[in-house]
Ligand binder design. Sequence first.
Ligand code: SAH
Ligand code: SF4
Ligand code: F3S
Length: 503
Amino acid sequence: MKETKEATVDLKSGKSPKTAADFAKYFQAPSLKDAKQRGKEEIKVHYDFTISEEMREIGKGKRYHVRTYGCQMNEHDSETISGILEQMGYTPSEEIEEADVILFNTCAIRENAEDKVFGELGHMKRLKHNNPNLILGVCGCMSQEEKVVNKILKSYQQVDLIFGTHNIHRLPELLRDAMFSKEMVIEVWSKEGDIVENMPKLREGNTKAWVNIMYGCDKFCTYCIVPYTRGKERSRRPEDVIAEVRDLARQGFKEIMLLGQNVNAYGKDFEDIKYGFGDLLDEVRKIDIPRVRFTTSHPRDFDDHLIEVLSHGGNLVEQIHLPVQSGSSEVLKRMARKYTREHYLELVRKIKAAIPNVSLSSDIIVGFPGETDEQFEETISLVEEVRYDFAYTFIYSPREGTPAAVMEDNVPMEVKKARLHRLNEVLARIGLEQNKKLEGKTLEVLVEGVSRTNEEVLAGRTRTNKLVHFKGDSSLIGQYVDVHITDAKTWTLHGEIATKIEV
Ligand code: SAH
Ligand code: SF4
Ligand code: F3S
């Protein structure tokens, strides 16, 4: 692992860096160009993460607040960040106003995600003014972008610390540097090939847990920033993943979600063993944990062995998030998704044949540069054919540095919005039709909490991840119950408790 230069040395020379490129001379500032490189260097796994005695004193009597944007990967990173802060002696603060350390764990996937963060950062000026000792930090995917770091340097002087997605394990030292430095502390590694095990995690709740199986992405879909912000594909060793899942089972967790940007590429980077995602699931399914999910599956690497393993069922739930992005082979080609409409539909056919009652969900982008009406119609017809239970839908957002950002975009915004609206209508109609088929059925539900709108109503999820509302006692939270479905709505099911199941 790279060593970082001492954070304050060069700045003391009196020169004040103004851009991320200037900063690179002093610190390690992000570079999208470097982030694009995929070197051959071996992936090292570090098992020696510790927080020194000295660092464990830093947060005594102080409070922290982490605000998370973006995907589950980021949510899980925030659990690690919180775990580290707690080991440094910090305690959590519900109210951001009362915190001594505020960290924004950011997302770069679309422009509106970034705009939201800049808006909130602006509001932090007031808090910084009230409490000059407050440390305000920015981490996550936005910190990996030069453009963002430049903008923060120029217009958000209230920020004290910027660190990247590969630098989380360095948080104790970076926080200490930020406390003692007058300048903004920046440490963002753009090209990283390592895995750091054994970082503490403060998990939210004790029912469901996330488990990283791999980091990074090598797919380079032309619209997507993730391969630049998360680095190259690196798989955790199977024994480390399995040990973590076993430990969660022992602790009584009821459901785990295996995480990766492209879980089907798991193991492709191992040089010493031939071991893929199917092999990993085949071992995980034998562990005594009632439900196992995973996200996200890239259709390209979804192989027959994986389908065969999933067909065993058991704790491997019959729900697969299989983002298609577009129903047009031409658009898919320009997105560099590396599959065609026909290949995707064939995969869906195989999955449906092998896994009865499988529930499929998707991510779909509308208004990709050059998308014609006919090509959009192909997306609609694919949705009709697959019959997704739900899908996340997005208007294409250009990301600087990605190939699609320089493609000519002749689709007017009104057209993109109209396409999104139409797509969402079709998805809602199909979602309701799918749910209606469940009326009268009894389904196993993991109770997650009370409903947001009515405290007497419990909320839980089926194996297929559908939200179910039903009357029941809050003592059932964290348990499995059988629920008889009486009424199906577009995105929720309503029912009555049939029996409580011991799992
Ligand atoms: N690794 C996952 C996706 C992670 S990003 C996968 O490949 O399935 C989640 C979703 O955001 C993507 O599936 C895509 O639909 C959407 N997305 C990514 N980049 C985008 C962009 N530039 N504009 C709009 N949507 C985008
Ligand atoms: Fe982005 Fe494609 Fe990688 Fe998913 S597979 S993270 S969409 S580049
Ligand atoms: Fe966003 Fe980074 Fe996740 S860009 S979607 S937080 S990997």
